[in-house]
Design a protein around this ligand. Structure first.
Ligand SMILES: O=C([O-])CC(=O)C(=O)O
Ligand SMILES: [Mg+2]
Length: 221
């Protein structure tokens, strides 16, 4: 069932008001990090100023010593929703994108240990590279999409959205209990295992099924 309002939604990068991320949403990540299995989606926000599109480099802020790649399925909201049920949630999806949720692990680890917010480690400029909008009807099953990421040609991440702990309807329903989701908002569904640090000079390439690929040069600030 496609969202009725998706014709104007190809420009989520300019028109979206928020980016909602979900952390630790693949079991292989939970196991590798030796953390408890989340009982509800672990939600964070990123600013839309963090968006980056192909043709521009990822710029690593000099304040961070360790920034990691995370390849993810992005979900673009099509219609405003609040308190939507899981059964109804997909009606509010306009489409998808391939996304990277770049994360300063140095900041994340120290901030988490100190009980502080880790907004800056996920929200810096260029920390959310995204592909073009992929309309809802172009994706047969959002929960059967392969994801891959290479650094300098070497495969570093391989996963499938079939392995999401909280699936797209569960995430939308859960988040909408707390905050209104609006047209062009983006949900980052979490990354499969294998995310690790990269550095200036690297080339990062990633892809999602036969729907999208993207490639970025990395440079220092
Ligand atoms: O960076 C993290 O620790 C969590 C995260 O975004 C993910 O699992 O996708
Ligand atoms: Mg992530």
């Amino acid at each position: 069932m496609s969202c009725q309002n998706n014709q104007n939604l190809t420009n989520f990068i300019n028109d979206g008001k928020k980016i909602v991320g979900v952390a630790l949403n693949y079991m292989d990540v939970v196991k590798a990090r030796n953390v408890a299995v989340p009982t509800a989606p672990l939600v964070f926000l990123k600013p839309t100023t963090s968006y980056l599109q192909e043709g521009h480099p990822i710029v690593l802020p000099k304040v961070f010593t360790k920034v990691a790649y995370e390849v993810e399925l992005g979900v673009v909201i099509g219609k405003q929703c609040k308190n939507v049920s899981e059964a109804e949630a997909m009606k509010y999806v306009a489409g998808y994108c391939l996304a990277l949720d770049l994360t300063a692990q140095c900041n994340l680890v120290t901030a988490r240990a100190a009980g502080s917010p880790w907004t800056l480690g996920k929200g810096f400029d260029t920390s959310t590279p995204v592909s073009k909008f992929i309309p809802f009807d172009n994706v047969k099953d959002a929960h059967n999409l392969s994801l891959w990421l290479k650094v300098n040609g070497e495969v570093k991440q391989k996963g499938c959205t079939a392995d999401l702990i909280f699936k797209v309807p569960a995430i939308i329903s859960y988040v909408s209990q707390y905050m209104t989701l609006e047209p062009n908002d983006l949900i980052l569904t979490g990354t499969p295992n294998g995310s690790d640090a990269f550095k200036a000079g690297d080339v990062i390439e990633c892809g999602m099924a036969d729907l999208a690929t993207m490639k970025f040069q990395v440079c220092a600030e």
